[in-house]
Design a protein around this ligand. Structure first.
Ligand code: DX5
Ligand code: ZN
Length: 225
């Protein structure tokens, strides 16, 4: 159970025709981080954006950039992403042959290191790396697109990360990415989520600032309608 969670709006769902407006909205909101999805068209069947957009974010965002790399061979670009402003840099377990080395490199660059797991990837695979990472990103949709439905099996995986945290006495953040919104925030917090990524549910809502506030104010016991 977690009552001190972070909210990270996903820029993927922002309006790129007027990105500054959405960045300012997040700056002024109760959000904690900007979640930034980098897709290469190889690890995932979609291409999002790259360094030019990160440059804008670095210049204008007043909150940490939580950069989620959905790319093959992420180790080739770690330095560039940290230079581009990433405070948290997350790589996919499935994309890293030498994950331990990659995590070490991220930390040496001064960023927090995260590992993302696709919906089918077992949490038990983190057994030998949990002590080295700052964040586990549980994909609650198949990565590649915003606006998909939340996969319910994610709850089980949250409990499994918590069990690993207890076993190793670690405080690895549990980030949930995909299909997160007001309808499942309470259940996610109750299960033990610590970082909530929200794209469509924030940017496609009538009042994004208020949606962020509601996500932030939620607690495991709040009743949402
Ligand atoms: C999916 C991305 C997510 C995405 C979430 O591959 O990693 O961060 O932006 O979007 P929503 O919240 O719309 O499911
Ligand atoms: Zn993401």
């Amino acid at each position: 159970m977690n009552t001190n969670h972070l909210v990270a709006p996903s820029v993927l769902a922002a309006n790129f025709g007027n990105l500054s407006k959405d960045i300012q909205m997040v700056n002024k909101s109760q959000a904690d981080w900007f979640h930034v999805d980098i897709m290469d068209g190889r690890f995932v069947p979609n291409i999002s954006f790259g360094f030019p957009i990160l440059k804008v974010l670095k210049e204008q965002a007043q909150k940490p950039l939580d950069v989620h790399l959905m790319i093959v061979e992420p180790e080739k670009y770690l330095e560039q992403f940290v230079e581009a402003g990433a405070s948290v840099l997350t790589v996919h377990y499935e994309a890293c042959t030498h994950l331990h080395r990659t995590i070490g490199a991220i930390k040496e660059l001064g960023a927090k290191a995260g590992v993302a797991l696709n919906p089918h990837t077992p949490v038990s695979l983190l057994d030998n790396i949990i002590q080295d990472i700052d964040l586990v990103c549980l994909m609650s949709v198949n990565p590649g697109f915003g606006g998909q439905s939340f996969i319910e099996n994610t709850y089980k995986k949250i409990y499994e990360v918590r069990a690993l945290n207890e076993q190793y006495n670690t405080q690895t953040l549990i980030e949930i990415d995909g299909g997160v919104g007001l309808k499942n925030v309470n259940a996610l917090l109750k299960a033990g989520a610590s970082v909530l990524v929200a794209g469509s549910s924030v940017f496609k809502s009538d009042n994004p600032t208020l949606t962020i506030e509601s996500l932030k104010k939620s607690s495991p016991n709040t009743l949402m309608v």
